[in-house]
Design a protein around this ligand. Structure first.
Ligand code: FDA
Length: 570
């Protein structure tokens, strides 16, 4: 092969990009090139040490994107972490492996994505997984349980409980506490129902005690040996290049680490897997997006697709902390998890619950109009309202989990973090330059945290529920003084002030180039193909149409596996 011509060019060797690279190069029939801005982190202890969560933050392998000041959250700017390395964000994330709640994936088909249901995605969850079942002794010592039928055993991604999840009574104490507030033990959070309390598994290679990131799972074992696969590290993609007069990609323009430019050609397709904050930027830089935005930067319009960059979603994270009464140590792992539903957040107060859900329902039309006018009707208020109502039904009718709470100890303190799983707030990400290199450096990232006012209320209810757990026996026997937010925070307005002032992004950004019908503001079709183009796909968190409960990576691996399969069936 010509060193500058490949069948497939994949932009971004991250979580999804490496799944695509592995599967498309597997048979050897097609040549594949991966363009990755970062380098290999195989020997970086901030990556491979499963206890080093956070050590990579702020280092050279963290893009550390900045949001614009958040209008509904004290005008503060926030940092969004994202991995810049072979393996992408899977090299710096929390490694938690939890899938979606089943009706959420069924909602993708209901929204117009034919073929995307829980049962069609299920085989791909299993295909990507290599479950390391705990031994009977481990199960007793770590208090974990699992259901054998809910796991895959032959896939690339090793999933299990790390050796750090050692002997501890903490999950027993938490389990009894949550039973007392109405949450039951969940045997396995990965079977499509996460509700209750559990100890979830991680993406970890248990035998070697190292993080199982996308490169260790999908690249090093087999793909690295594939003759049909090339990987260019430290190389940045700037934009897609087009054939004359047609929406057919001819290749990609790249910048090498020494600053020189090159054009690399794609005979079949260009696949963008640069992540939810960057793939939409690359589309805009390449002439695909809203004419209003492209004209502003003098970019020739290849496809008028106003949904590009709209619909950006994330979650918000707050933490509670207590001193420990007496002598107690537990391991540092953050895998003790509670998933309450919206009605469980209200305990037995059904009147308060009813009045809150009707407030949410009646606030949605005005918010849909607000988002539509902010995005210049890229998605109409009516279509937004339809998807908000689907999300409302998931929370109210299907009672999917409304929040996640995780518990751990740090020194002589008990810590927990909580986040609302399905906020309604929708934002955007757009270019601020036509020429900056890397293109990522020039983006206006606006998640619009808390722009739907009841999202603040839910995060407050979750905080109060979190405190309720610390005030319930047997956990209350261990919890001493509340350090965060502190006992003086009691009224709803105090909670809401504290919540907005102290939250951090939950880093589950997605949906900025959504898989939805084009008429509804969608950017890609159910095979990941960008509307209006002949051979450009997006396969990463940008295309996930609605936020999922659980954590994103397990679902992203399954989505990429399914799209790779669909491509090869055609
Ligand atoms: P990903 O970011 O993996 O890949 C994009 C790749 O493209 C990167 O390698 C990047 O360098 C590259 N790239 C970007 N621009 C480029 C350009 N112009 N040219 C070339 N290359 C370019 N999920 C989970 O399941 N469990 C968890 O515990 C956590 N915890 C967590 C913690 C933190 C701190 C973060 C930031 C995120 C999580 N997540 C998580 C979320 C999860 O890790 C995340 O959603 C996915 O890894 C995203 O995968 P993608 O494939 O979309 O992008």
């Amino acid at each position: 092969v010509d060193a500058l011509t490949y069948d497939y060019i994949i932009v971004g060797g991250g979580t999804c990009g490496l799944v695509m690279a592995n599967r498309l190069s597997q048979s050897g029939a097609s040549s594949v090139l991966v363009i990755e801005a970062g380098s290999s982190v195989l020997n970086n202890s901030a990556v491979f040490d499963p206890t080093a969560y956070g050590a990579a933050f702020g280092s050279a392998i963290d893009w550390a994107f900045k949001t614009v000041p958040q209008a509904a959250a004290d005008q503060k700017t926030h940092t969004l972490r994202a991995g810049k390395a072979l393996g992408g964000t899977s090299t710096i994330n929390g490694m938690s492996y939890v899938r979606a709640q089943s009706p959420q994936i069924d909602a993708w088909q209901q929204a117009g994505n034919t073929g995307w249901t829980w049962s069609s995605l299920w085989p791909y969850y299993l295909k990507s997984e290599s479950f390391q079942a705990p031994s009977a002794v481990d199960m007793i010592q770590t208090h974990v349980t699992y259901s054998a039928a809910e796991h895959g055993y032959n896939g690339p991604v090793k999933v299990g409980w790390s050796v750090e999840q050692s002997n501890s009574t903490y999950p027993v104490i938490l389990n009894e506490t949550f039973q007392a507030v109405g949450l039951q033990w969940n045997t396995d959070t990965n079977g499509g129902d996460e509700r209750g309390f559990s100890v979830y598994p991680l993406m970890v290679d248990r035998e070697n005690n190292v993080r199982e990131d996308a490169a260790r799972a999908y690249y090093y074992p087999s793909a690295a040996k594939a003759k049909s696969l090339a990987v260019w590290l430290n190389t940045t993609a700037n934009k897609i290049l087009w054939k004359r007069g047609a929406p057919t990609a001819s290749g990609v323009q790249v910048t090498f680490s020494n600053g020189s430019l090159a054009e690399v050609r794609a005979k079949k397709e260009v696949i963008l897997s640069a992540g939810a904050l960057i793939s939409p930027i690359l589309l805009e830089r390449s002439g695909i997006g809203s004419p209003t935005i492209l004209n502003k930067y003098g970019i020739d319009i290849v496809v008028d697709l106003p949904g590009v960059g709209e619909g950006l979603q994330d979650q918000v994270n707050n933490g509670l902390g207590y001193t420990i009464e007496g002598n107690f140590t537990a391991n540092g792992s953050k895998t003790f998890v509670a998933y309450p539903t919206l009605s469980q957040l209200f305990s037995n107060d059904s009147e308060a619950y009813d009045s809150f859900i009707s407030k949410v329902k009646s606030s949605l039309p005005a918010y849909a109009s607000q988002v539509a006018s902010r995005n210049n009707n890229a998605t109409s208020a009516a279509d937004l309202l339809t998807s908000f109502n689907m999300q409302y039904d998931l929370l109210v009718k299907f009672q999917v989990p409304a929040a996640e709470l995780i518990f751990y100890t740090s020194g002589q303190t008990l810590q927990s973090q909580h986040w609302t799983l399905l906020p309604f707030s929708r934002g955007s990400v757009h270019i601020t330059s036509a020429t900056a290199s890397p293109p990522n450096a020039a983006a206006a990232i606006d998640p619009q945290y808390f722009s739907f006012a009841p999202d603040v209320d839910v995060q407050v209810f979750v905080g109060e529920f979190n405190r309720l757990a610390f005030h319930t026996q047997p956990l209350s026997d261990l919890a001493g003084t509340e350090q965060s937010p502190g006992a003086s925070t009691t009224s709803a307005s105090q909670w809401s002030r504290w919540t907005k002032k102290n939250f951090r992004p939950n880093y589950h950004v997605m949906s900025s180039a959504a898989m939805l019908p084009r008429s509804k503001g969608g950017v890609v079709d159910p095979t990941g193909k960008v509307y209006g183009t002949n051979n450009v796909r997006v396969v990463d968190a940008s295309i996930v149409p609605f936020q999922v409960c659980g954590h994103l990576t397990s679902t992203l691996y399954a989505v990429a596996e399914r799209i790779a399969d669909l491509m090869q069936q055609n």
